[in-house]
Design a protein around this ligand. Structure first.
Ligand code: OOG
Ligand code: NI
Length: 460
């Protein structure tokens, strides 16, 4: 029997191998990420604080895009077979930073042991065909009819996925078949693209064309994790690879790494076949697939996240007033002034999540332990270890989407958009969409309860 986590690890590895043959710059990215991570390991004793080297070097996330609620439900079934469940709801239609016609979730392992075994996750976006700001009634109708005629995932794949989920794994032969079918489902198709249809959707949005203009889905990018993303950015640029303008997310600064920092190399022109209006097939190219890299930091509580969002807004305001200063430099100075500069403060101000353990050598005197976490920590009764952020950031995701799009697209701000939220998604895919804060809080609370019991305290 091949257990769920081994299926997931094999899936991640095979997708990565496939992507490397399809998008050669991705292989360069993997080489440089490995090189940088090993250098940081060598020079920094604390390098494994947010994950062991085996996890970091194997870690990837991918992204796919689908067109219909049924396709989303089927994708959820396939990911469930790999022990990957929907976490978080991201609305990238938000005009304040993006206006991309999708809503998204991330399929990922949800418990600490499974994350440690293999943290592979897939950011999965669904085209919002009912949103009038992007699609008028006629286009929506033709788009939905086009999408209803295609089949992304064959019945045999879905059947094996259901069995793998039910039995928490598959016998060897079936596991092999399941993996092969799953990987092929995310491979770029050689089918010709209908030129007129693709162009019509592209006028609305390049993402709409990438999703609804073709008859299959594909891995749109894969993302390794790296320990020093600023160094990686310089090295990639030095190798002549065109990177997007900046690293998305928190700035590089003197304090702890929090949340998620990401950057990518620009989508490359890949040869694709087109069916022309006269029926002939020609070869052209499309720019849709890219490579991305990420650095993960500490998960923030709702209060920590609110502070993060506030600093992003402040950076926006100040950069409008200081066009000559780079956004990065502005963000760094704002963070230096306003964000807690060490883990201890993140803990005592309850801005980040930690797991706790009883201290190996608690205070030797006969004092009673204090009745609060900050006190227990300050007096040396317990130790704390940061929880890694396992999710995404909507604004960074929008930045990644947009920096890899060609053309602005068009949308109609005078009509109101269709309503989609986490509840809608839960009902659509018939699986709970988990709240990331609840997952981190549960992990923290569980470790705290065990720690208190070990100290002979019942509750705080
Ligand atoms: C997804 C973009 C978002 C990330 O890492 O934030 C993303 C896409 O391009 O389909 O992957
Ligand atoms: Ni990504």
């Amino acid at each position: 029997m091949v257990p769920t986590w081994r299926l997931r690890a094999a899936f991640a590895r095979r997708l990565s191998d496939m992507y490397g043959t399809e998008v050669p710059a991705y292989t360069t990215l993997l080489d440089v990420a490995g090189e940088v991570t090993h250098e940081v390991m060598r020079d920094n004793a604390d390098a494994e604080r947010l994950g062991g080297i085996d996890r970091i070097t194997a870690e990837r996330h991918g992204a796919i895009r689908v067109g219909t609620p049924l396709e989303m439900r089927q994708a959820a079934q396939i990911f469930a077979a790999f022990g990957m469940y929907p976490v978080g709801f991201y609305d990238l239609r938000d005009a304040t930073f993006s206006a991309v016609p999708v809503i998204s979730t991330a399929f990922r392992p949800i418990d600490a042991l499974e994350l440690a075994r293999n943290p592979f996750r897939v950011f999965t976006s669904l085209l919002t065909t009912a949103d009038r700001r992007f699609f008028d009634a006629d286009l929506q109708d033709r788009l939905e009819r086009f999408l209803s005629r295609r089949e992304l995932f064959p019945a045999e794949l879905l059947d094996l996925a259901r069995r793998a989920e039910r039995d928490a794994g598959l016998p060897h032969e079936q596991a092999e078949r399941f993996l092969a079918l799953a990987v092929v489902a995310f491979k770029l198709s050689a089918e010709p693209v209908d030129r007129t249809w693709y162009a019509e959707l592209e006028r609305v949005s390049a993402v709409a064309a990438d999703i609804g203009g073709v008859s299959s889905t594909h891995i749109n990018h894969l993302t390794p994790r790296v320990l020093d993303i600023d160094l990686l950015y310089q090295r990639m640029a030095a190798r002549g690879i065109a990177m997007i303008d900046a690293v998305q997310g928190p700035p590089s600064w003197d304090g702890p790494d929090v949340l998620l920092r990401q950057t990518s190399f620009r989508a490359l022109a890949e040869p694709r076949k087109f069916r022309e209006p006269d029926g002939s097939v020609t070869t052209g190219s499309l720019r849709v697939r890219f490579g991305e890299v990420e650095a993960r930091g500490i998960a923030l509580t709702p209060a920590g996240r609110a502070l993060y969002d506030e600093l992003v807004t402040e950076t926006d305001l100040r950069s409008a007033d200081h066009p000559h200063v780079t956004r990065q430099d502005l963000a760094r100075s704002i963070w230096q002034a306003r964000f807690p500069g060490n883990e201890r403060r993140l803990l005592t101000e309850r801005l980040a999540y930690f797991t706790y353990q009883p201290a190996a050598r608690p205070p030797g005197d006969r004092r009673q332990p204090p009745a609060d976490v900050a006190g227990l920590f300050a007096d040396g009764w317990i130790t704390a270890h940061p929880i890694v952020y396992e999710d995404f950031l909507p604004r960074s995701a929008a930045g990644i989407f947009q920096s890899n799009l060609t053309g602005e697209g068009t949308w109609n701000a005078t009509v109101s958009g269709a309503h989609y939220d986490a509840r809608w998604l839960t009902e659509t895919i018939e699986r709970p969409v988990h709240d990331p804060f609840e997952l981190y809080a549960a992990q923290q609370d569980e470790s705290l309860a065990l720690t208190l019991r070990a100290l002979g305290l019942t509750a705080l």
